[in-house]
Design a protein around this ligand. Structure first.
Ligand SMILES: *[C@@H]1O[C@H](CO)[C@@H](O)[C@H](O)[C@H]1NC(C)=O
Ligand SMILES: *[C@@H]1O[C@H](CO)[C@@H](O)[C@H](O)[C@H]1NC(C)=O
Ligand SMILES: *[C@@H]1O[C@H](CO)[C@@H](O)[C@H](O)[C@H]1NC(C)=O
Length: 403
């Protein structure tokens, strides 16, 4: 009897707080945490999934599995109905609100056709996961605009048949101010992008995205302007894609960028191609795990290749000058040597002129002297011959000084 009372008490305590109700094809489980999780089977449930049929608790976390087909907007019915009534007051702060769409497994995996309107009124969502789906009509224009803002968007596995310039229009991915750990991530992992590249402008609307992950998408090229509008991007991870060229200046204007991974790409080693090594050094961006580029014969680390082949050290340290045989002669040294040579030449010229002038002066002086002496001796002779007057010539035989 006692044990029966215990059992009733236990059952009451266990079941009472959660008198959850879910529509056909959906089950509620608390295995994943106190607030639990609704999981629906696409092949069993009937659309639309109506908000009011998920009760106690609200469908804060919702997974739909086994998808293979259309997630319609209006015809024959909506996919989601009434989610505009999401009771934010009943929202459990220990969990984020998310929706996960997982397609049926198999080869090929299930397809999912999503359109503008599929996520009608689901602006309360914080995270969206689309897994293993062949998105056979791609990501149509404005497809996520009903969500307004997410802090995580993951498309993992499967393929995206087409992207549009406006796929992400009227939609943001940003760091949530209400979540303690929030990163603002767009994560495309193992999802093939048909055509091997994104439509021009695909990433433009995501002006607040913090992290972009492009891993194993079959990307063969990226346009120069791909990330040009993602000005708050801090982390960019591009892995395992057969990209041969990172367009020069792909990261220009991305002032918030701190960390980039360029792993397992098919970069061709050339100085033009590893330009980013210098860019990352100049802009204090960490190149995580290093980038590897491949030559026809061997594989070289892109950074190693850059420093071995592409660096020209400025031996003049930025001062203008002449470089001869690996040595720098700065401009001021050149000017000094020039002035020195000029000074020596001027000195020599002055000396020569001085000597020359002096020589000339001396010879003139000597000639004058000789003439005077000659004249003087003539006067003496005349005086000596005139015996009559008995005049004595001056005593000196030389003319008076200063003549
Ligand atoms: C996205 O963020 C930008 C910048 O904060 C803002 O101007 C724009 O209105 C946002 N768009 C949406 C759909 O919330
Ligand atoms: C990106 O998604 C993949 C697949 O879901 C996951 O393994 C990886 O951890 C995610 N990366 C980040 C940074 O969230
Ligand atoms: C470089 O970046 C690191 C972190 O990414 C930061 O701690 C450091 O202050 C930055 N240095 C400069 C000179 O900006």
């Amino acid at each position: 009897m006692k044990s029966l009372v215990y059992l009733i008490c236990w059952l009451t305590l266990y079941l009472w707080p959660v008198k959850s109700a879910a529509p056909t094809g959906c089950t509620y489980s608390t295995d994943t945490g106190s607030r639990g999780l609704y999981t629906c089977d696409f092949t069993v449930m009937t659309l639309p999934a109506t908000y009011s049929t998920f009760t106690s608790p609200i469908p804060q976390r919702l997974k739909i599995r086994n998808i293979n087909g259309n997630l319609p907007v209006s015809s024959p019915t909506k996919t989601f109905n009434g989610f505009g009534s999401y009771a934010t007051g009943s929202h459990d702060k220990d969990f984020t609100s998310y929706l996960e769409l997982r397609c049926s497994s198999g080869n090929p995996s299930g397809q999912a056709l999503i359109s503008l309107g599929t996520f009608s009124q689901m602006s309360y969502l914080e995270e969206l996961y689309i897994k293993d789906c062949r998105l056979t009509n791609g990501l149509p224009e404005f497809v996520f605009s009903d969500l307004q803002n997410l802090h995580i968007l993951v498309i993992e596995g499967g393929s995206i048949a087409a992207t549009a310039a406006d796929s992400m229009a009227n939609f943001n991915i940003s760091i949530s101010s209400t979540l303690s750990e929030s990163s603002g991530i767009l994560n495309f992992t193992n999802v093939a992008i048909t055509g091997g590249t994104f439509t021009t402008g695909f990433f433009y609307p995501l002006t607040t995205v913090n992290t972009i992950i492009l891993e194993n998408n079959g990307l063969t090229s990226l346009e120069l302007s791909t990330f040009s509008q993602n000005t708050q991007l801090r982390r960019l991870i591009i892995r395992d894609n057969p990209i041969t060229v990172i367009p020069n200046n792909l990261f220009s204007g991305l002032d918030a960028l701190e960390y980039v991974e360029l792993n397992d790409l098919s970069l061709t080693c050339s100085c033009d191609n590893v330009w980013f090594v210098k860019h990352f050094v100049d802009h204090n961006i960490t190149l995580g795990e290093g980038a590897v580029c491949s030559l026809s014969t061997n594989v070289k680390n892109a950074q190693k290749y850059y420093y071995e082949n592409c660096v020209t050290y400025d031996i003049c340290d930025g001062v203008p000058g002449i470089k001869i045989q690996g040595r720098c002669t700065q401009w001021y040294k050149i000017v000094f040597v020039f002035l020195l040579i000029l000074a020596i030449i001027l000195t020599i010229v002055t000396l020569v002129l001085l000597i020359h002038t002096r020589k000339k002066l001396m010879s003139q002086h000597d000639k004058l002297r000789a003439k005077q002496t000659e004249k003087w001796s003539k006067i003496q002779q005349i005086l000596n011959t005139q015996t009559v007057s008995k005049q004595r010539p001056p005593a000196a035989t030389l003319p008076p000084k200063g003549v």
